[in-house]
Design a protein around this ligand. Structure first.
Ligand SMILES: [Zn+2]
Length: 776
């Protein structure tokens, strides 16, 4: 600081004696402070101050000289130890000279302390004389353009407040300063800078020369306002006493340097806060002035939570109550400003961020899709061209073709939004508290091609049988196009509609056409058809009783049995009423020619063919035959026998090797044989004996004797009517040893029912049956 004195001397404003006197004073003060002798130091400071002010009044010194001399002296005034609530002011407890200028008919009041014009307690406007000279010059054109919100932004205004070029604030630290607190204070300052950079478009750059703010220790917490011309107040200070060590205070003081006023100095503040002049300390009421109309601009809604808002008790007389209080319902002093309390992060509010973005619009671009024609699947992203992006909730996407917001955030996904094809002007805006501070737009034309649909080649399907049509859909934009993206319409209406698949069952023969229309979410549609020839398959009749080769007596009555498979009929089986019987021998008589189990009485002796004709409802028919032998009765008729097996079959013989037809069962299945016995004699030759046998396979009887028959059961009946019953229930596996290995999966056995009447006449009836040890 002695160098400041010498500089003034060299400039010729002080003579050698005056320079020596001031230098001696300063050296004495510094020595006393170093020696920890505050009282003599205070006295010496007052004496120094008096001497400087005397030279100023005599016209030797300028305000800049005074500021540099006394400002330096303040570095030697440590803050009161133990002061818990820091007052954000240039010189706590000091009452400077109150002055004012008039601009546009409005008074701008400020204090002069140490030759500096101090505004609203902690805002340094500059050297008082230079500030007043500039204000006087501005008086010629009092209606200067408006500055930004709670903020100022233009060189040439009376407050000499400008924004930082390219949004970059230069900064540096003064070397002398906080002593043992230096590291902690520097860390705090860097944290505050990081907060500004993370949440606003303002950047910071360490500079050792040129336009910059310099953080240094001083007796209070104060800052210059906005960027100052480099030729003026240089460098511009951010003063931070060691008890200004909260993140909130540092963020606040940087806020002034960026260009922000106090929130409660907004033009509209009287609708939000009430000022109590009688509670304000003497000479400090000017700190509650609104900024002059042309000096700032209110941006966004009034923000009690602004980091730039005074606390209720700032500048209040002790125990007199609050100097300023909120008047909006539900808002209390606890909500006003941001006190350094636990849980309070003390940072920039949305209102502060809005103000900062108004002064320093965010710089960003939209990437991800170039202008022009794009597929309807694209993703746009906002990227910062400098430092941080606005917070995601502040980024709002809109399209000129869609009402309202598309979404918020840094990216826009067209697929999720389902934007309609055609030209769109897509805008990404930064909107904070309802105020849009920046926008970027791109023009894109979203194209959409119709999906490609195929139902496969023409096909043949069975009448009355359900079948499924599966479409193949490929969309250039939407791929296989799930039902969430595409709509599927089938014609005719299917029985079951599963979007890309449909199930049909046609009940009439002949050609049918199925058409599928697919429309994607962009509204482009296409359709495809498939021709289906619906065919009817003739029934497949089977006679189960009698079996070919069976012999019966003339006059015998036999219950024949048959069924007809038909895949076009319910259950795959033709109704019994559609089975028609006939015999090649005209003397044979059926009790009814239709049915599954009519009775047949044989007429004359001889061979004959029994024919079963099955005709389905569509008129398709097929027949099957069985040949039997009818023998004339000798002295008496031999008895007749026949049987059916329940169930009819349980194995599909075509799946076995070698394949077989006819009934097939597992060894473990319980079978019921329904036997019928008849004797044509009148009266019958009762009683009639019968026995059941299972005949093992006999592969080569000419070489190896056939294995013996396996007896199953025997008994006797008395025939009194038709039919006499001789049923048997048994399990084949109980009588047939399981084969050692199941390599031969099925073997053909024979079931045989033999009858013998009282005269000794014998007859038999047999049916082949396949037995398997495992399923295939
Ligand atoms: Zn302030």
């Amino acid at each position: 600081m002695a160098t400041e004195v010498n500089r003034i001397g060299e400039a010729g404003r002080l003579n050698q004696g005056q320079v020596r006197a001031l230098t001696r004073h300063l050296e004495t003060v510094a020595r006393h402070v170093r020696q920890g002798r505050p009282c003599p130091a205070l006295d010496m400071r007052d004496a120094f101050r008096d001497q400087v002010m005397e030279f100023r009044e005599a016209g030797f010194l300028t305000d800049r000289d005074v500021a540099e001399l006394l400002g330096s002296l303040r570095l030697l005034e440590p803050a009161e130890p133990g002061q818990s609530q820091v007052e954000r002011s240039y010189a706590p407890g000091v009452a400077g000279e109150l002055r004012s200028i008039v601009k546009g008919g409005e008074e701008i009041r400020y204090e002069v302390i140490d030759g500096l014009a101090i505004y609203q307690g902690d805002i340094i406007l500059g050297y008082a004389d230079e500030f007043e000279a500039a204000a006087s010059a501005d008086g010629a054109s009092p209606d200067l353009p408006v500055y930004a919100s709670g903020v100022c932004d233009r060189p040439g205004d009376v407050l000499r407040c400008g924004t930082w070029r390219d949004g970059v604030v230069g900064y540096d630290f003064a070397l002398e300063g906080w002593g043992a607190e230096t590291l902690a204070m520097r860390t705090l300052i860097l944290q505050a800078i990081a907060q500004w950079e993370a949440r606003t478009g303002v950047a910071f750059e360490r500079r050792t020369s040129g336009e910059r703010v310099v953080f240094r220790n001083a007796s209070g917490c104060s800052s210059s306002l906005g960027r100052k011309e480099f030729t003026g107040f240089t460098p511009q200070w951010i003063n931070l006493a060691t008890n200004c060590n909260t993140i909130g205070i540092v963020v606040h003081e940087i806020g002034h340097a960026v260009g922000m006023f106090h929130e409660q100095s907004r033009r509209d503040r009287d609708g939000f806060v009430r000022i109590f002049p009688e509670r304000i300390r003497e000479g400090k009421d000017h700190n509650f002035d609104r900024y002059a109309r042309d000096e700032g601009m209110d941006v966004g809604p009034y923000d009690y939570t602004s980091i730039m808002h005074y606390y209720c008790d700032d500048f209040a007389i002790a125990d007199a109550g609050n100097a300023i209080e909120p008047i909006q319902p539900g808002v209390t002093c606890a909500d006003v400003g941001q006190k350094s309390t636990p849980g309070n992060s003390q940072g920039l509010s949305d209102g502060d961020i809005l103000g900062a973005f108004t002064l320093y619009p965010p710089r960003y671009e939209i990437t991800g899709a170039t202008s022009g024609e794009v597929n309807d699947r694209f993703e746009l992203e906002v990227v910062a061209t400098r430092l941080s992006l606005p917070r995601p909730e502040h980024m709002v996407w809109t399209s000129d073709r869609v009402a309202g917001e598309l979404r918020r955030g840094h990216t826009l996904n067209s697929v999720a939004l389902g934007l309609a094809p055609g030209p769109h002007v897509i805008t990404a805006s930064v909107t904070i508290l309802g105020v849009t501070v920046a926008t970027r737009t791109i023009s894109v034309t979203i194209r959409n091609t119709a999906p490609d649909v195929s139902l496969g080649p023409d096909r043949e399907e069975d009448l009355n049988v359900p079948f499924t049509v599966v479409s193949s859909v490929n969309d250039a934009e939407d791929g296989v196009c799930p039902v969430t993206v595409c709509s599927y319409t089938w014609d005719p209406n299917p029985d079951i509609d599963r979007g890309p698949r449909a199930e049909y069952r046609f009940t009439t023969e002949g050609p049918q056409t199925i058409t599928l229309s697919v429309r994607d979410n962009g509204g482009a549609g296409t359709s495809a058809s498939v021709n289906v020839n619906v065919v009817n398959t003739p029934p497949q009749p089977t006679i189960t009783t009698p079996t070919t080769g069976s012999g019966f007596s003339v006059g015998s009555t036999l219950r024949v049995s048959a069924y007809a498979d038909d895949l076009n009929e319910p259950g795959g089986r033709l109704a019994c009423s559609r089975l028609r019987w006939s015999s090649s021998e005209a003397t044979d008589a059926f009790d009814s020619r239709f049915g599954c189990t009519p009775e047949l009485t044989f007429g004359d002796a001889g061979a004959r063919t029994l024919t079963l004709l099955a005709t389905d409802p569509q008129g398709a028919s097929q027949s099957t035959t069985v040949d039997v032998q009818v023998v004339a009765c000798g002295p008496s008729c031999r008895p007749d026998a026949s049987f059916v097996i329940e169930p009819e079959s349980e194995l599909d013989g075509s799946t076995f090797s070698p394949p077989f037809s006819g009934p097939g069962y597992l060894l473990t299945t319980e079978l019921t044989l329904r036997g019928s016995i008849f004797d044509a004699d009148v009266p019958p030759d009762n009683p009639i004996q019968f026995w059941w046998e299972l005949l093992p396979p006999c592969v080569a009887p000419e070489i190896t004797p056939c294995p013996p028959a396996i007896p199953l059961d025997n008994g006797s009946v008395v025939v009194t009517g038709f039919p006499a019953v001789a049923d048997l229930t048994f399990r084949p596996g109980d009588h047939v040893a399981e084969w050692a290995e199941c390599q031969v999966h099925a073997r053909q056995y024979t079931l045989r029912l033999t009858v013998r009447d009282a005269t000794g006449a014998v007859n038999e009836y047999s049916r082949p049956v396949h037995l398997a040890c495992t399923l295939i």
